[in-house]
Design a protein around this ligand. Sequence first.
Ligand code: BGC
Length: 838
Amino acid sequence: MDGDEPATTGNEKAPLLEGSKGSKLIAFCRRHKRIVIPVGIMILLLPLLGLLALRNHHAHAMNWTSPLVYPSPQGYAIGNWSAAYEKAHAMVGNMSLEEMNNITLGVVDTTSGCVGVSGSAPRVGFPGLCLHDAGNGVRNTDGVNAYASGIHIGASWNASLAYERAQFMGAEFKRKGVNVALGPVVGPIGRIAEGGRFWEGFSADPYMDGILGAQSIIGLQESVIASVKHFVANEQETNRNPIANDGNPILSSSSNLDDETMHELYLWPFQDAIVAGAGCVMCSYNRINNTYGCENSKAINGLLKGELNFPGFVVSDWVAQHSGIESANAGLDMAMPTTGFWNELQLQKAVNSGALNRTRLVDMATRIIATFYQFGQDKALPNGVGMPANILLPHNYTDAKDPAAKSSLLQQALEGHVLVKNVNNALPLRKPKVLSIFGYDAIQQTSFVPNGNTFPQSWEAIGLGIQQSMGIASNAPVPDPPQTQNGTLVVGGGSGSNTPAYISTPYDAIAARAYDDGTGIFFDFVSTEPSVVSSSEACLVFINEFSSEVWDRAGLADADSDTVVNNVASACNNTIVVIHNAGIRLVDAWIDNPNVTAVIFAHLPGQDAGRAVAQILYGDVSPSGRLPYTVARQASDYGNLLSPCQADGSSSPQCVYTEGVNIDYRGFPARNITPRYEFGYGLTYSAFSYSDLHTSINATATPDGAVVPVYTNDTTNSNSNNTAIGVGGLLSLFESIGTITATIANTGPVAAAEVAQLYLQIPGGTSNTSNPRTRVLRGFEKVLIKPNETAEVSFNLRRKDVSTWNVTRQAWVVPSGEFGVYVGKSVLNTPLRTSFTI
Ligand code: BGC
């Protein structure tokens, strides 16, 4: 047909020369007009579609704007901060504007290993502050311990252990001359299953993050200032920072969320942190409703300094400051690690020109100095004294490790192991005659020395290629990020990584047992299809799941590790799998294989990894951890919360939190999906029964019209006149409204710890009707019980625990109606049920 086209008509323009590019093009078009015409139409329409997309994009972005809230509330002498503020006023009163400006910013310091050093004001006696990472132990130096990571402490469900860990950790920071420990992490909470930094925090539940975060802050602040981070809604690594992108910059992702979700989920643990007395808050890389975290006046002025009445100072995440006067007015107090916005006396000049209110600069300085006094940093060691810039060079070795921390380190490592499968009495091991040990995670990595000032278990550890390293440097997405690490994984990567004094590996610890028991061990840590000696009584397979700051994970399981498990299981009918997992790890590739008899999520135990897992495998102690997140059957069960949101060609990536408060375990019932292992799940070597549920609640529904403070534009500075408000906000939210008690009996053969959990079904809907309220964790208690003995658990409910955020009234209200009460072993296994009515 193409050849039957009519000849050109006379009114056509003169034909292009035969054989020219143009004529060839025309001939080509004629021949292929069925393809060319629609493609041509599409090309013509593209700009139109583009315009429409832009309009939609703007319309979309326009829906999510962050309100302006000014002025920035001034810190004042509240509660036990009175003396510190008095001293701060005296010192700042003596400072020049130049000195005030100087202490608000990071300076280049080549003498210490501190990741950030603030400016000083020596004339008035302020030496500046050393800020250093992070929440799992002192990073990148010698003479320190590697504590169990946040996720591991989450899996322990043990608040007093979180406190004890932080006490020892804080003392190490102090001995090294650190003033501000950059932790704990209560954001990310864990919205995204593949989120790269989920492991740095405790749990995918805000209540639990609040409780464990608060205990961590109290423990750390016996020695140093804690900087709770990352404020707020910092839930993914993808597009975490702006990308230059050849003159077409891509902004950081915007976390777009409504006010109810903000209060009931993302702000929740920060409030507990402030109530616990946190001296410092780190604002985050992401944008919140399209305004950067560190210049977000709603978040910092309105929520943090207004509603939560935070008396300390706000520090930027590293290079998270994107403006000068705007960030100062939005409530940022200190810019790290250096700044091009506040340096060269820009704040002083702005005050002099009237561009910045003097009271704001005074407040910035006052908050920093008050915090310095509040936590005794006026008596601290010289900045970074025990932490040289480069430990490869000669230096005075400062051993910050307290021998008394040893038992706590081991206890932390033990308590975060979660046993999820145990059939045919596979565990505990009983003096096996022959064991086989497989998997790259069973033994030590091949080297552990710094490369300059970075350690192997930081980003470089896992041998990133050039493309990947360039990705990190340019903030671009990291292609093909590694999913595993060769060697026992004891911590994740990035700034939350810590520095083990040693690494106890599973193989070493089991070999020591073999010596005692006369066991023979065969091993293969390399092959994906290892040979199995048939006399093996059990085959232990150690694999891991790596995760790091800077990128989100490429998946929730890696095929190579699954292959090792499947191959071993095909030859060994007692295959026991241990996973050191820095986040959710799916197991459905082999979990139903009857030859896989036991599975332990070993998380990130810190330096005593091997010692701890051996004690559990051999039954010296019963496993006592429970999952602080949900393990699905398949990745798609996480729905749109599986993977981070992408820029998808936009210069302004929009992450819309359509699920509201229903992340992780709250989302599964909302979507009617049964998980493989639910939140709160974990086995022990014993058995427990629950009885005697009692509720004693004395609360009334919040009456209409009750007056509450509102922190909108121009109303932010009224806290000091209001005695109902303390550090952390409305004091009444934290008053007890009653208790719920239950009795637990150990009906099994050995002593073991049970984690009793309280869930409430709070009446009423949410502002987003497609997100029904599902049951939420509101109490947990871990109790060690001997066989045939019982223990009573008692859950204290605070008013906030039975409240919901009312967007219209801008207040927490206690709803009236029937509250479902569920007490038991996990979110889905609650043998005790009742209700109370308010
Ligand atoms: C991280 C922070 C960390 C800081 C200093 C940033 O990239 O997001 O968590 O404290 O670096 O190392």
